[in-house]
Write a protein that binds this ligand. Sequence first.
Ligand code: DSN
Length: 431
Amino acid sequence: MTAQTEAVLSAQQDVIQSTDPQIAELIRLEQQRQDQTLELIASENHTSPAVMAATGSCLTNKYCEGYPGKRYYSGCDYYDDVERLAIQRVTKLFNCTFANVQPHSGANANNAVFFALLEPGDTFASIVLSEGGHLTHGSPVNLTGKWFKPVHYPLIYDESAPNFGHIDYDAVRATCLEHKPKMLICGYSAYPRIIDFPKFREIADECGAILMADIAHIAGLIVADAHPSPFPHCHVVTTTTHKTLRGPRGGLILTNDQDIAKKIDKAVFPGTQGGPLMHAIAGKAVAFGEALKPDFADYGKQIVKNAAALAKALMDHGYSLTSNGTENHLMVIDLRKTSADLTGKAAALWLEQSGIIVNKNTVPKDERSPFQTSGIRLGTPALTTRGLKEPDMPPVADLMHRAIASNGDQDLINKIREDVQALCQRFPMPH
Ligand code: DSN
């Protein structure tokens, strides 16, 4: 940990320690966990002390329902400026015209889009959760699945096809022409390939659908020019701010369309949310400022280079990846190909005990439930924040392989954990 990080954390700790030692201790333990483990969950990252400080500031004290210049409470002048700065920075970052920075999360952002642009019962098209989509893209347990009508388009499942595991764009087109969805969603949670936004727009235009991109996973890559932009192709774009974008936990909605922007603002407040979390919006503004700096482009490109190197090292160990590789920050190991009996749940547990944090994940055509799964998903955003580069990926893959091959043997796992901690010490939190 650098001196700056240590100073920020210890100042926070001192304040909490004096009033609530129990919580202070839990925060200390969590910081230690983050320091001593390799974070490979594709949707997580280590945000900066400045973002954490803004998120922990006095801005948590105020109600600011409404938008800058149009609030329902007095005393919002500085909050107006914070929100305006966040909007100004993020529209510059994504080269678009309108932004709503108030969604508390990516799920809230998606709910607001549905509320703004669809009527209950309307049909929309997306990828199913178990094949890389998201809960809010029509899962039967989510309001998008209960109150709207999802139709799901497929991937290419033929393992001998050159684009195995990629989106089947012909099938997207056929699905949309058949069902005439009011909205077509692209953007996913476990899809390791580049998204062809112009192609999606062509299909959306052909069937008269609104095109929505959920770029929660790849937002930071887009900013870094390490993945094509959804603009100007998509009508509306949602994202989280805490994944590759490396900000505080939160959501965001972007568009170039003035009518859509008006509907979105109403759908966020008063449609689906109350008072905005202004401390989180300040944290978002700080993160957007960081992402506007030139070194963020290097960071985003390095994430992708690291993912490619990690994918190669894992495949060299004999692991099979969905779509046979990756072009972005994440990959999904299909464990069925190497060990028919091994579940994602067991592999994730042995990895966690070894100090390597991943999540169990379903794979396309998975026979197992989401509680067991046949895959694990991993990504490189957090390791890249810690400064790991391509030559560091084979050692990470070696540690992963040892943990999976340990078969849960605790003596082997204890040794791997020591080696993981040694690697972590070489790459302290960089801020
Ligand atoms: N839970 C997030 C992820 O891990 O991808 C998506 O919301």
